[in-house]
Design a protein around this ligand. Structure first.
Ligand code: UDB
Ligand code: ZN
Length: 184
């Protein structure tokens, strides 16, 4: 089981590496890793587990954050309409995106960052993500709103990109052109 002790923090070089593609079908070891990522986000949202094991409640986690430089991630998040997006994905890729952007009005944080970094993080409003599940089957997702933002944040981790790389630090709260504000 992944706990906060397994999650590497800002400054660890793995967070700046470009992660490697996973060979398909996934090995049992890779299946275990991607499933453990999803289990973390689920457990961390269960107040009993979160309290018992000191987990910071998360909605997504990428393999580099547990010091595994491979292209795998998990997301477990409900959008405001109540639809649950719960996925463990291997070799995820944004295959298309909107021109329109979106940002969380409260900014972003990260399970690997133990400080507040204020500012709007511009994301695409809508993305189509293709990847593979633990059985090596192709998965194609059309995402908008918070779900779209979480996938973009996690895919960034696979490319060594942190959320604050996108913030305009001179004008952190300047409204972003052509962008949809998302309230959390
Ligand atoms: C998170 N959670 O899990 F808009 F109901 C963050 C942390 C760092 C604050 C724990 C989060 O943003 N929760 C949230 C946001 C909402 C509405 C809501 C809950 N991550 C995951 C992470 O660090 N993955 O690498 C950071 C998020 C920032 C934007 C998307 C992912
Ligand atoms: Zn993160």
């Amino acid at each position: 089981m992944i706990t906060m002790e397994d999650i590497v923090r800002e400054g660890h070089p793995v967070l700046r590496q470009v992660a490697s593609e996973v060979s398909l079908p996934p090995s049992n070891e890779d299946k275990e890793i991607v499933n453990s990522l999803l289990q973390y986000v689920k457990n961390s949202q269960n107040p009993e587990y979160a309290d018992k094991y000191g987990l910071r409640p998360g909605i997504g986690l990428a393999a580099p954050q547990i010091n595994v430089p491979k292209r795998m991630l998990a997301v477990h998040v409900k959008d405001p309409s109540g639809t649950l997006y719960s996925y463990a994905l291997i070799n995820p890729k944004i295959v298309s995106h909107s021109v329109e952007k979106a940002y969380l009005t409260s900014g972003e944080g990260c399970l690997s960052v133990d400080r507040q970094v204020p500012g709007f993080v511009p994301r695409y409003a809508r993305v189509t993500v293709k990847g593979y599940n633990e059985n090596g089957e192709e998965v194609k997702l059309r995402l908008k709103g918070l779900a779209s933002i979480v996938f973009q944040h996690e895919i960034d981790h696979l490319n060594g990109v942190m959320f604050y790389d996108h913030i305009d630090h001179d004008n952190p709260f300047t409204p972003i052109e052509n962008a949809l504000p998302i309230e959390r």
